[in-house]
Design a protein around this ligand. Sequence first.
Ligand code: HEM
Ligand code: HEM
Length: 177
Amino acid sequence: MDDSSARGYHPVTKIFHWGILFLMAGQFLVGYTLARLEDDDLIEDRLFTLHALLGITILVLSIFRLTWRRRQGLPPWAPTLTPFERRYSHTVERILYVLVLAIPLSGLALALADERPLPLIGEVEISDTLDDSEVEDVFEGVHIATHLVFFAVFALHVGLVIKHQLVDRDGLLNRML
Ligand code: HEM
Ligand code: HEM
């Protein structure tokens, strides 16, 4: 039916996988730099535009990726994965998908509550019946919490791959290369 043979994933799945990893790495660098700069700094402004554009790109690509995964289906499990590892991978992958959507969405909500001008859209006025600074704190908390959870789940994901590479030596990584 397709290239998702027992040997590995479809080339499109691989492009999504490594492309989004690359964009996420860049996005973390930009995010942490942003957090260290003063709010009225010109570089902060430019960097925020880059952060928002990159984040929205990751959001859109992740929606396409999820749609692709649902349509295309997955290759058969690697025979060397135990039943427990199959359940583990499935759960970890689901959480990763939730996070690559939740992180940019919470960022977007934070930028709106913050009334920062968004690229292409500009400043969006939020109802002043809400106490903006409280709403802002909530979204900032969610943006930070979701990206920290991402590090933990990412470690669980890569940990399984490393275990298979180094302990089982079954070349699990080759399925995604
Ligand atoms: C996958 C996508 C994203 C990742 C991985 C990400 C990551 C980060 C990180 C690591 C920080 C620094 C947090 C800290 O420790 O203070 C940050 C801050 C922030 N992000 Fe994101 N972000 C993403 C998407 C977005 C989007 C789409 C927006 C809005 C359009 C956004 C708006 C913000 C804002 C307003 C801040 C606060 C900056 C400041 O402290 O001045 N983020 N983000
Ligand atoms: C150095 C970092 C990474 C390595 C070495 C890696 C490796 C792999 C490997 C080998 C597989 C196939 C496993 C199997 O056949 O059962 C896989 C699948 C997968 N990985 Fe990663 N990965 C990394 C980063 C990421 C990141 C950052 C994400 C999420 C943003 C992610 C999400 C996924 C998902 C969802 C799958 C299942 C296939 C799919 O739906 O695309 N991975 N990864």
